[in-house]
Design a protein around this ligand. Structure first.
Ligand SMILES: Nc1ncnc2c1ncn2[C@@H]1O[C@H](COP(=O)(O)OP(=O)(O)O)[C@@H](O)[C@H]1O
Ligand SMILES: [Mg+2]
Length: 242
């Protein structure tokens, strides 16, 4: 029977990842991950260091390929795409926020936010510039728009990185310890910002964090241990809020 339900933003079926394949040090670090994220979900990915969180995020972000299993982004099987198509899908559908923001130091805050547009389109027109400027405004950085990335604080740099992650209006944002090198106040600010984008635009978030306080602010908490999902449940303290 036909089903009008839109495809999940993200779906993983039996995803495995081994490093060093074909060498004496071959090791499997993800052992068959099944996971589904619907549009608008705001989920935390937690687990001890070395459990495979970054490896999983890199696979979901199409930065690396699974050794086995299937991965779908908005219903499209990403694991079946060639490198060029995967790059295009990544640019269109996925935003990244890393612990270290990787801003380009020689460029201004605004230019850094526009960078994904330049990568995707090969040029930036006035409309794209307006979009980027509006996002910088949303993260409270209009006064720093034309400052070099190196001339603003760490918290401000992470806000630029968030604006950059959102500039292509991605369906899915992947954040790996986004507040890992920020103080509590800036960590809260970054988190509030991701939450407001999630609530206003229906953007799906998957956020790796080792901070239980921040994980408790997510709607769903997925726990990875030794390359396996050992728990995955709604965070009732948040869900009851609405
Ligand atoms: N490029 C790599 N080559 C070999 N082993 C790796 C590589 N990247 C990560 N690993 C190993 O995979 C496991 C999971 O790492 P990672 O995904 O970084 O965990 P987490 O982000 O949860 O700390 C660790 O044992 C790590 O040493
Ligand atoms: Mg990691």
């Amino acid at each position: 029977m036909a089903d009008a339900t839109p495809p999940a933003t993200l779906r993983l079926e039996g995803v495995r990842k081994s490093y060093g394949v074909g060498t004496p040090v071959e090791v499997e670090v993800l052992h068959g991950i099944d996971l589904k994220l619907q549009r608008g979900e705001f989920a935390a990915l937690i687990g001890p260091s070395g459990s495979g969180k970054t490896t999983l995020l890199n696979l979901i972000g199409l930065l690396d390929e699974p050794s086995a299993g299937r991965l779908f982004i908005a219903g499209q099987e990403a694991s079946a795409l060639g490198e060029m198509e995967a790059t295009q899908l990544r640019g269109r559908a996925i935003g990244f926020i890393f612990q270290y923001h990787y801003l380009l130091p020689a460029f201004t805050a605004l230019e850094n936010v526009m960078m994904p547009m330049l990568a995707a389109r090969g040029r930036v027109d006035a409309k794209m510039r307006d979009t980027a400027a509006a996002l910088l405004d949303k993260v409270g950085l209009t006064p720093w728009r034309d400052h070099k990335a190196t001339d603003i604080s760490g918290g401000q740099q992470q806000r630029v990185a968030i604006a950059r992650a959102l500039v292509m209006n991605p369906a899915l944002v992947l954040a790996d310890e986004p507040s890992g090198n920020l103080d509590t106040e800036n960590a809260d600010g970054v988190f509030d910002l991701m939450r407001s984008v999630n609530e206003s635009g229906g953007t799906t978030f998957l956020i790796v964090t080792h901070d239980p306080r921040l994980a408790q602010r997510c709607d769903r908490i997925i726990e990875l241990v030794d390359g396996r999902i050992v728990s995955d449940a709604p965070n009732l303290s948040v869900v009851r809020r609405g």
